[in-house]
Design a protein around this ligand. Structure first.
Ligand code: SF4
Length: 433
C-alpha cells in the first residue's frame, strides 16, 4: 500500500457490479432502484478512490461528489422515470428498455452547438470522424481509446460518447486523418486531444496517438492540449500507476520538441484537489513543464457557491495550476437538474473573483459554449436607463466577433443565450445577421 493513498489498484464500478462496492449498503432501497432506472439512460461509472476518499458518506445524498457521480431521480421527467421504472420492475426485455431509454436520450439534445452538423471537418468532401474544427486555430481530436473516463460525471455534456449509440459518438482510430487534415490547415495552431478522457489510455497507446503530431510538417502546431479529469478521479495515473513515470517522461519529451503541452484539467469541486495524492499529482505534472489549466461548469448541487470556487482556485494556484474557465452548464442531457440562471452564475463568479489573489484572476467566465461561440457574461449594468446584461465572445466561429461587447435585456431567469433578448429595442443580436 502506498504512503500517499489507500487505493493503488484501479477498481471501477458500473451498474453491473456496483453492488460489490462496500459503500453499496449505505444506499437506501429507493436510491438503489433510482440508480438502476437512471443508469438505463445515463452512463454510470465510479471507482473505489472516489468512493473511499472523495465522497463524504455522512453527507449523502447532498455530498457534492455523490451528486457528481450518482445520478438523481430528478434528472428525468417524472413521467419518463415512471415509464422506465415500470419497464424494469415488470422485467421488460433489453430491447424494450433500450427503446424507452433512446427516446429519452434523443429528447435531451445529445450533440449541442452544432457539434455533429457544423463542426465536423471534411476532406475531399468526406466528413472526418473523430475531429471537430469550430474555431480557426483549434482542432479537437477524439482518439477512440480515450472515449471513456475513470468515472462518469452526472452533468457531463459528452454523455453520448458513453452510452453505446455509435450514431452519436465521435472517435478516431488513428491520428492519420488528423495529420492529413492539419497538413492542409496551416491556420491551426492548437490540437485539443479530448474524450472522454485521453489519459485513460496507457502511456504507450497515448504516445502512438501523439507521436504523429510531432513531425516537422506540423511545425505550425504550437500547442497540444489534453482534456482530462484524471487528476481528480484517478490521480494515481501520475503517481503510483505502473506507467506513471513513463507518462511524465512522455510529457517531457513532447515539451523537448518545442511544443507547449497543457492539461485542461476538469475540477468540479475543491475536495478533488485536497487529497494528498491529488496534490502530488499536480506537482509532478507541473514539474515536467506542462501547464495545468483548471476548468469546470458551474453546477447546481455541486459548486453553486462562491466559496467552492475560491477554495478551488486558491488551492490550484498554490500547487502551480492556472484557473482558466468557469463554464455555464450546457443545454444537453439533464441540464434542467444542474443549470442555474446566468445572472446567478455571474454573481457567484464575481464574488469568488473578488476574493482571490490576482494570480487566480486568470479565470474567465461564466462562459456559454454556444453554436456561434463561447459567450461570456461580463456583468450587469445600466445604460441609458435600461438594466442590461453585458456579454462578449471569448471565442467565435467568426474571429472578428471576439471581444466585441453586446447587450441583452436583463433577465433574472435566463439560463442560456437562447433565452436572452437583445437590449435597447434591437430585434436581434449582431451575430444573428
Ligand atoms: S470526466 Fe469529463 S468527459 Fe468524463 S464524464 Fe466527466 S465531464 Fe464527461
Amino acid at each position: 500500500m502506498s504512503i500517499v493513498t489507500t487505493i493503488d489498484k484501479f477498481q471501477p464500478y458500473s451498474l453491473r457490479n456496483i453492488h460489490h462496492a462496500p459503500q453499496w449498503q449505505k444506499l437506501s432501497k429507493e436510491e438503489k432502484h433510482s440508480l438502476e432506472v437512471l443508469g438505463a439512460v445515463f452512463p454510470f461509472k465510479v471507482n473505489q478512490y472516489i468512493l473511499d476518499e472523495l465522497i463524504d458518506w455522512g453527507n449523502i445524498p447532498d455530498d457534492p461528489i455523490f451528486r457528481l457521480t450518482f445520478p438523481h431521480k430528478d434528472m428525468l421527467r417524472e413521467s419518463e422515470f415512471q415509464e422506465l421504472s415500470n419497464a424494469i420492475l415488470n422485467q421488460f426485455n433489453e430491447a424494450e428498455i433500450q427503446s424507452i431509454s433512446n427516446k429519452i436520450r434523443f429528447r435531451m439534445n445529445p450533440n449541442p452547438a452544432g457539434q455533429m452538423t457544423h463542426n465536423v471537418p471534411r476532406m475531399n468532401g468526406v466528413p472526418i470522424n473523430g475531429l471537430q474544427h469550430k474555431y480557426k486555430e483549434t482542432v479537437l481530436f477524439f482518439p477512440s481509446a480515450g472515449q471513456t473516463c475513470h468515472s462518469y460525471c452526472t452533468f457531463c455534456f459528452r454523455w453520448p460518447q458513453f452510452v453505446g449509440m455509435s450514431s452519436l459518438r465521435f472517435e478516431a482510430r488513428s491520428s492519420e486523418p488528423l495529420v492529413q487534415y492539419l497538413k492542409e490547415h496551416k491556420e491551426v495552431t492548437d490540437v485539443l486531444i479530448t474524450g472522454g478522457d485521453p489519459l485513460v489510455m496507457n502511456t504507450r497507446i497515448l504516445y502512438e496517438f501523439i507521436r504523429p503530431l510531432l513531425i516537422p510538417e506540423l511545425e505550425h502546431i504550437k500547442n497540444i492540449r489534453i482534456g482530462t479529469k484524471s487528476i481528480s478521479y484517478w490521480p494515481q495515473r501520475f503517481v503510483t500507476d505502473k506507467d506513471a513515470d513513463d507518462l511524465l517522461h512522455l510529457f517531457e519529451d513532447i515539451i523537448a520538441t518545442g511544443k507547449n503541452l497543457a492539461l485542461m484539467a476538469h475540477y468540479n469541486h475543491p475536495c478533488e484537489i485536497k487529497t494528498k495524492i491529488a496534490q502530488i499529482a499536480v506537482k509532478r505534472i507541473v514539474g515536467t513543464g506542462v501547464t495545468v489549466r483548471m476548468q469546470s461548469p458551474i453546477i447546481k448541487h455541486i459548486n453553486d457557491n462562491p466559496q467552492a470556487w475560491v477554495d478551488l482556485w486558491t488551492t490550484g494556484v498554490q500547487l502551480g495550476a492556472i484557473p482558466y474557465y468557469m463554464f455555464v452548464e450546457r443545454d444537453t442531457g439533464p441540464s434542467n437538474y444542474f443549470e442555474i440562471p446566468l445572472v446567478s452564475a455571474w454573481e457567484i463568479f464575481q464574488k469568488a473573483y473578488q476574493s482571490v489573489s490576482g494570480l487566480a484572476r486568470t479565470v474567465r467566465g461564466p462562459s456559454m459554449s454556444t453554436f456561434p461561440g463561447k459567450i461570456m457574461v461580463d456583468g450587469i449594468v445600466e445604460i441609458c436607463g435600461e438594466k442590461v446584461i453585458a456579454l462578449q465572445f471569448l471565442q467565435a466561429r467568426e474571429p472578428n466577433w471576439v471581444r466585441r461587447p453586446f447587450y441583452a435585456r436583463f433577465d433574472q431567469n435566463a439560463m442560456w443565450i437562447d433565452h436572452l433578448k437583445p437590449a435597447f429595442g434591437d430585434s436581434k443580436f449582431f451575430f444573428e445577421d
